[in-house]
Design a protein around this ligand. Structure first.
Ligand code: HEC
Length: 108
């Protein structure tokens, strides 16, 4: 490999590592706006402002994002079961759960 090729391949490798890191960051940071978009499927019971529409449904406003995330993951993996919530949580990706939790968790 000549010097030019060596330099080119290290640039390509560097860009690849950088891109992987950037994607990793995007995948980890919770996005409240995306969470609100996805949470539209929850509003019919939990309300857009996190205030439940019936007294038999829990309010999600004022709850911490961490708690909401744990609860949703528990419904998703079956360690917590509920006829209404299990099918809701099962269609959510971990990223959706982080985003939705950040959204409801931001509501006072
Ligand atoms: C059909 C009505 C309905 C819909 C739609 C619904 N939920 Fe629920 N949710 C409930 C009920 C009822 C409970 C209480 C279940 C239980 O006792 O575990 C609940 C519980 C929860 C809890 C646990 C609250 C706590 O205090 O532990 C979270 C978090 C939650 N829902 C989030 C969501 C999210 C996010 C969505 C949308 C993806 C959603 N729900 C859609 C009815 C609904």
């Amino acid at each position: 490999m000549n010097r030019m090729n060596l330099r080119l391949s290290s640039v390509v490798l560097g860009a690849g590592v950088y891109a992987a890191l950037a994607v990793g960051q995007v995948a980890n940071a919770a996005d409240i706006q995306m969470g609100k978009e996805k949470a539209k499927m929850c509003f019919s019971c939990h309300g857009e402002n996190g205030q439940a529409i019936l007294p038999t449904y829990p309010n999600l406003n004022g709850q911490s994002a961490q708690y909401l995330e744990i609860a949703l993951k528990a419904y998703k993996n079956g360690s917590r079961n509920d006829l209404m919530m299990a099918p809701m949580a099962k269609v959510l990706s971990d990223q959706d759960i982080a985003n939705i939790s950040a959204y409801f968790g931001s509501l006072k």
